[in-house]
Design a protein around this ligand. Structure first.
Ligand SMILES: *[C@@H]1O[C@H](CO)[C@@H](O)[C@H](O)[C@H]1NC(C)=O
Ligand SMILES: *[C@@H]1O[C@H](CO)[C@@H](O)[C@H](O)[C@H]1NC(C)=O
Ligand SMILES: *[C@@H]1O[C@H](CO)[C@@H](O)[C@H](O)[C@H]1NC(C)=O
Ligand SMILES: *[C@@H]1O[C@H](CO)[C@@H](O)[C@H](O)[C@H]1NC(C)=O
Ligand SMILES: *[C@@H]1O[C@H](CO)[C@@H](O)[C@H](O)[C@H]1NC(C)=O
Length: 292
C-alpha cells in the first residue's frame, strides 16, 4: 500500500517538475500529412516513456480511473483514440481521414450491468484537409470483453468536408485500369509513400480502423503502423475489392500485430470490411511454407 502511495507521489512530482515531457499534440499532428503513421508513434512514445508509466503500473485491472480524468493521461486518451477509429469506420475514405488531435476533458463511470462509459470533449482533425473541430463523444466499453466498444460522436463540421468529386474520380481511375493495383510497405522504412499510393494507404488505414475499433478495450491503445501490402482483387460488383495485410502498433503492450483484411470500397458505400483475421507473429509468418 505504502509503495503505491510513493509511486503516486512520484508521478505527481514528475508531472509538476518536468514540463519537458508534456504532450504537444498540435506540433505532432501538424506533420501527419507528411507521414501519418510516424506521428502518433512519436506522440504515444512520449507517453510510454514519459511521466505516465508509473500511472500504468499503479492502475489495477479492477481499479480503473473513475470520475473526472486527467485529459493527458492514458485512460482518457485510450478512450478518445477509439473515437478516432470509429469516425474512420463510419466516414473515412481515401480523401477523409480522422485523427485524434487533443483531449480536453474526460469523465468515466461504471454503468450497472453494461460496462464503463467515458464522456469526452476532444478535438478531432480531418488530416487531409487539416481541419480541426471540437467534438463531444461517448465511449462505452462493454463488460463482456468480446464485444467491441460502442461509440457516439458528434463532429458536424468535419462531416461537411466534401470529398465526393475526388472519390468518384479515383474510383473511376481504379475501375478503368486494365491491371489490378497493388502496393507494398506503405510507408516504407524511411516514412515515404509514393503520391500515387497515398489513396491505397488511406484505404488501408480506414480498413484497419475496423480492427482497431473492434479490438479496443480500456487497456489498449492502437495505432496504425504500416500497410505491408494491399492488392486489388477482380470483382464483378460496383465495389472495388482489396486484400490487405496491415501492421498495427498496440502501444500498451508495445506489440506489432498483423491482420489480414478483405474489404470493399465505393464512394457511395464507403469502406466495408468483409473479413478480418489476426495472423501469427511475424517470426512465424516469415518462415517459408512447406519447408523444413
Ligand atoms: C515536421 O517534420 C519535419 C521533418 O520530417 C520537421 O523538420 C518539422 O519540424 C516538423 N514540423 C512540425 C510542426 O513538427
Ligand atoms: C494546419 O492548420 C493549422 C491551423 O489552422 C496550421 O497552423 C498548420 O500549419 C496546418 N498544418 C499543415 C500541415 O498545413
Ligand atoms: C470483433 O471481435 C470479436 C471477437 O473479439 C469477433 O467475434 C467479431 O466477429 C469481430 N467483429 C467483426 C466485425 O469482425
Ligand atoms: C494502371 O496500371 C498500370 C500498370 O499496373 C500502372 O502503371 C498505372 O499506374 C495504373 N494507372 C492508374 C491510374 O493507377
Ligand atoms: C504481405 O506482407 C506480409 C508481411 O510483410 C508478408 O508476410 C506477406 O507475404 C505479404 N504478402 C504479399 C502477397 O506480398
Amino acid at each position: 500500500m505504502s509503495l503505491r502511495i510513493i509511486v503516486v507521489l512520484a508521478v505527481l512530482t514528475g508531472v509538476a517538475g518536468s514540463p519537458g515531457v508534456t504532450i504537444r499534440p498540435e506540433a505532432d499532428s501538424a506533420n501527419m500529412t507528411a507521414h501519418p503513421n510516424s506521428v502518433p508513434e512519436v506522440l504515444e512514445a512520449t507517453e510510454i516513456f514519459g511521466q505516465e508509466v508509473p500511472v500504468e503500473e499503479e492502475a489495477e485491472e479492477d481499479v480503473m480511473a473513475t470520475g473526472e480524468l486527467n485529459p493527458n493521461h492514458y485512460p482518457a486518451r485510450r478512450a478518445a483514440k477509439v473515437v478516432q477509429h470509429y469516425l474512420n469506420t463510419r466516414y473515412g475514405s481515401p480523401f477523409r481521414l480522422f485523427g485524434l488531435h487533443n483531449v480536453h476533458s474526460g469523465n468515466a463511470e461504471d454503468v450497472a450491468d453494461s460496462g464503463r462509459k467515458y464522456q469526452l470533449e476532444i478535438s478531432v482533425q480531418e488530416i487531409i484537409s487539416n481541419t480541426t473541430e471540437k467534438c463531444s463523444a461517448e465511449v462505452l466499453f462493454p463488460r463482456e470483453q468480446q464485444r467491441s466498444p460502442q461509440v457516439q460522436a458528434l463532429c458536424e463540421e468535419l462531416l461537411k468536408i466534401n470529398t465526393k468529386a475526388q472519390e468518384e474520380a479515383l474510383f473511376l481511375k481504379y475501375k478503368m485500369n486494365q491491371s489490378l493495383l497493388s502496393a507494398q510497405n506503405l510507408p516504407d522504412s524511411y516514412g515515404h509513400i509514393e503520391p500515387d499510393n497515398k489513396p491505397l494507404w488511406h484505404l488501408g488505414i480506414v480498413a484497419s480502423s475496423f480492427v482497431m475499433l473492434n479490438e479496443s478495450t480500456e487497456n489498449t491503445l492502437y495505432n496504425m503502423a504500416q500497410v505491408a501490402n494491399i492488392t486489388q482483387l477482380a470483382t464483378e460488383s460496383e465495389q472495388l475489392k482489396f486484400d490487405c495485410h496491415t501492421l498495427l502498433h498496440e502501444m500498451v503492450s508495445q506489440e506489432i500485430v498483423h491482420w489480414k483484411l478483405l474489404f470493399t470500397w465505393s464512394p457511395p458505400e464507403g469502406v466495408k470490411v468483409l473479413q478480418m483475421e489476426q495472423l501469427p507473429h511475424c517470426h512465424d509468418c516469415e518462415k517459408p511454407p512447406n519447408t523444413n
